[in-house]
Design a protein around this ligand. Structure first.
Ligand SMILES: C=C(O[C@@H]1C=C(C(=O)O)C=C[C@H]1O)C(=O)O
Ligand SMILES: NC(=O)CC[C@H](N)C(=O)O
Length: 806
């Protein structure tokens, strides 16, 4: 510390862990420190590293995947021990310290203690970092552990794990200013007494510097960066008033909200509303709180609103294929005429695809009163794939990719219908730009919705009238289903556990895909971006097929209607957008943000199938409140806190609900709510919910922790198959700043360009390909058959519905 720099200056060496931002937040708050971050693979010479270190009072070396003997895993951490500067190593950092000064690091018995919360034992009378600290439990995230060896004269053990396995939990160097802890002080489940250890360490570090007259060099630019990201908008060059050059930059600028509210017809469900106003066969986005009706489910989460996009054929669309240097901006039609405008826009101009989207949205921002009863007045609706998320965290995709589909597809929706299930009303809304000629849509739509009231209500899904009648079941002979192989899946679980035992990952969300090929259900879209040509055509052996032209298979919309009644879910959705069709019964919210900048994430981890033996919440709680399941959830909670901290910054993330069990139609799930407040929300060029979305994909509950290394490992184990829409997100970002995104799970999807050719009775026949992804988190305590069963449980819902439909 120096007079010019009253705040402690701390350097954090980041080993690409998914908990790093939680540590920097803890240090910033607890020590009122200024924390700067340098990744462990930052290329830097010894002399530059020495100069960089001179700018700090102390260093913290972070946790991370891998092991301390592998130089690539520890990088700069292994080099810091050569300098005279106070250091605290955490987990991997601790292990590096042990190895550097004569100790050994080996695997712990049983393969790892990830997410376990255990009591730490120490002598709190002796002078050192544990002095005066009361008893506490700490979260562990390690598979490896340090041992000092009998004649180690350099390091001294300070703390151990209570119980049989007396694993080393804390050390210090006898002479040098180096300390280390094996546990994770920043975890939400580490007791607050643990904070005293950090404060004591800082006191020791400060004293060491003072005694030696070591002063921080000030006034020179640090190579390390800030702990939080800058906002997407602040990274954009140019001014707001900058001349708009391209046609698309003018689209829907200065629009004004018009809306009319009508009562929701009694007994009408979201599909009835959709069918009353839109004709089938076109593009469609329906974000459906499918369990809103009290009778459908006892799940705790019940969405209040459902949002339907209208007039999609005229909506501007931003599409981006991950790996391309450009985004496609398209408008298919306008004022009732086909225009087919499209333009390739280089994303580098905006710092990437998220910058482009942020800028587009900011120019169309609507100020809506926070007390407003509509979550969405217009704005982006669409999907983002898992692969876009991979690219965002620096996991390269295999090239060449087997297709050229959009990984980000967002439509700027200006006509929308919002169902408020709580108040029993429907808002018909039009965000009308000045040039718009269409002033009758709202009235016409409202009239249709009112007349819905007068029509005889029938259940939203009627097996007799819908094309899913028993007659059409004959089609099932031409449908083929390929589920994952039982043994192969179990082997993959074992491989995951081998990676975990080696310290490479703490938890891996293993998944696989089921493919279904069947007769083509949806008519091709008029004005499709790409003609429907089978790109993945395969010839199959001639086999009997009973398909008949007169028996049309059920459309994806019919399939959706059946799924939403069989598996009512708070985040259900139906999308037919461009080449993608998605039929989803997702129970999992990824991220929502409101008009005051409050962001909330809801990771779900821990699943138990409903059965006769487990039919009540109390029974499920007994099964899920066990160390294995809680650890699974906790790891993702700490990961999600890290993702939120990256934008919300130190001290702005809380966990209002931890490890809560909820009931759904066929499963019980354990969830946690993590919240973050965007700092200085509403400031010009400040943060928006999009910043959080962009930094936290792919959803941590679908990857495991640490995210990056886990995704790399999963890519190998899952055989380099793209997960595509599955494990991605679907949702909206309102022009008013609000947004809500669900994790795409418990769903079926298909792409128009994926077709196979089979030999039917009447010659060659094209078939479409549906995919269902399913999986679960593998930890060291998982059993291969338990994981296999969990995957099949999750697969069963959508698959059964498909079976019923065909
Ligand atoms: C992987 C899936 O689900 C994810 C994994 C869960 C788990 O491991 O318990 C729970 C919810 C999802 O985050 C899936 O549904 O396919
Ligand atoms: N959290 C960590 O730093 C883990 C360190 C090491 N990879 C282990 O598993 O033991």
């Amino acid at each position: 510390m120096s007079p010019e720099n009253p705040k402690p200056q701390i350097l954090f060496l980041d080993a690409y862990d998914s908990f790093s931002n939680n540590i920097t937040s803890l240090l910033t708050i607890l020590l009122s420190a200024e924390v700067s971050v340098l990744p462990i693979d930052f290329p830097i010479s010894d002399s530059d590293f020495a100069s960089e270190l001179s700018r700090y009072d102390a260093v913290i070396c972070g946790p991370g995947p891998g092991n301390p003997y592998n130089q690539n895993d520890v990088g700069l951490i292994n080099r810091v021990w050569e300098y005279d500067i106070p250091v605290l190593g955490i987990c991997l950092g601790f292990q590096s310290l042990v190895v550097r000064f004569g100790g050994k690091v080996d695997r712990v018995k049983g393969g790892g203690l990830h997410g376990m919360v255990r009591a730490v034992e120490f002598d709190n009378e002796k002078e050192d970092i544990f002095k005066g600290v009361g008893k506490y439990k700490a979260t562990l995230y390690h598979s490896l552990c340090g041992e000092l060896g009998r004649d180690n004269r350099e390091l001294k053990g300070l703390a151990w794990l209570e119980g049989e396995q007396k694993l080393l939990m804390g050390v210090r160097h006898e002479i040098k200013p180096f300390w280390g802890v094996q546990y994770h002080p920043e975890s939400v489940c580490t007791g607050v007494e643990g904070n005293k250890v950090i404060e004591n360490w800082w006191e020791e570090a400060r004293r060491w510097n003072e005694e030696r007259g070591r002063k921080v060099v000030t006034g020179e630019k640090k190579l390390a960066g800030a702990a939080t990201r800058r906002s997407l908008l602040s990274l954009l060059g140019g001014t707001e008033e900058e001349e708009r050059k391209d046609w698309w930059e003018e689209v829907e600028i200065g629009a004004v909200l018009n809306s009319v509210t009508v009562p929701l017809a009694r007994g009408a469900q979201v599909p009835d509303v959709v069918e009353a106003v839109e004709t089938e066969g076109g593009e469609r986005i329906v974000l459906d709180s499918a369990n809103a009706a009290p009778a459908t489910s006892r799940a705790d989460v019940r969405g209040r609103y459902s949002i339907v996009a209208a007039g999609l054929d005229e909506a501007l669309r931003i599409e981006h294929h991950t790996g391309d240097e450009y985004a496609m901006i398209r408008v298919k039609s306008g004022k009732g005429l086909s225009v087919n405008l499209s333009q390739q826009v280089p994303v580098a101009r905006y710092g990437g695809i998220w910058g482009l989207i942020a800028k587009f949205q900011e120019a169309r921002r609507q100020d809506v009163d926070d007390g407003s009863n509509t979550p969405f007045v217009g704005g982006f609706m669409g999907y983002i794939t898992y692969e876009q998320g991979l690219a965002d965290i620096g996991v390269p995709l295999d090239q060449p990719r087997p297709h050229h589909r959009p990984d980000v597809c967002l439509a700027w929706v200006t006509k929308s219908i919002v169902v408020d299930h709580l108040l029993g009303v429907v808002h018909v809304q039009h965000l009308r730009s000045t040039g718009s000629m269409d002033d009758t849509w709202m009235e016409k739509t409202a009239r249709k919705l009112i007349s819905l009231q007068n029509t005889q209500r029938r259940p939203s899904f009627n097996l007799r009238k819908d094309p899913l009648s028993p007659r059409s079941r004959r089609l099932s002979k031409s449908t083929s289903v390929q589920t994952p192989m039982t043994k192969e899946y179990e082997d993959k679980v074992r491989i995951c556990q081998e990676y975990i035992a080696a310290g490479e990952s703490y938890e891996l969300c293993l998944t696989d895909q089921t493919t279904i090929t069947c007769a083509i259900s949806d008519k091709p879209l008029a004005n499709a971006n790409h003609p429907v040509t089978p790109t993945q055509t395969q010839q199959r052996k001639k086999r009997r097929s009973s398909s008949s032209a007169s028996l049309a298979p059920p459309s994806s919309w019919s399939l959706y209607k059946l799924l939403r009644t069989r598996q009512p879910a708070p985040f259900a959705s139906y999308l037919r957008l461009g080449e993608a069709t998605l039929v989803s019964a997702s129970p999992e919210r990824f991220l929502t943000y409101d008009r005051s900048g409050l962001c909330s994430m809801r990771p779900m981890k821990g699943t138990v199938r409903k059965s006769e033996a487990v039919s009540t919440l109390e029974q499920a709680e007994k099964i899920l409140h066990v160390p294995k399941e809680e650890a699974e959830n906790l790891m993702i909670v700490d990961l999600v806190r890290h993702d939120l901290h990256a934008i919300c910054g130190a001290g702005n993330v809380t966990v209002p609900e931890l490890l809560k069990v909820e009931e759904y139609q066929s499963v019980f799930q354990m969830i946690t709510v993590v919240e973050g407040q965007l700092p200085n929300y509403g400031e010009k060029r400040g943060y928006t919910g999009l910043d959080v979305l962009a930094v936290s994909l792919p959803p941590g509950s679908m990857t495991g922790a640490p995210k990056k290394r886990s995704c790399e490992i999963l890519k190998e184990i899952e055989g380099h198959k793209e997960r595509s829409l599955y494990s991605g997100v679907v949702g909206y970002m309102c022009a008013s700043g609000r947004g809500d995104w669900s994790v795409t799970i418990r769903s079926l999807f298909r792409w128009d360009d994926e077709q196979v050719v089979v030999d039917g009775e009447e010659g060659e026949e094209k078939q479409e390909v549906w995919r269902i992804g399913a999986g679960g988190a593998v930890t060291i305590l998982s059993t291969p058959d338990g994981e296999r069963e969990e995957m099949f449980t999750k697969l069963a819902g959508p698959l059964r519905v498909f079976g019923e439909a065909r």
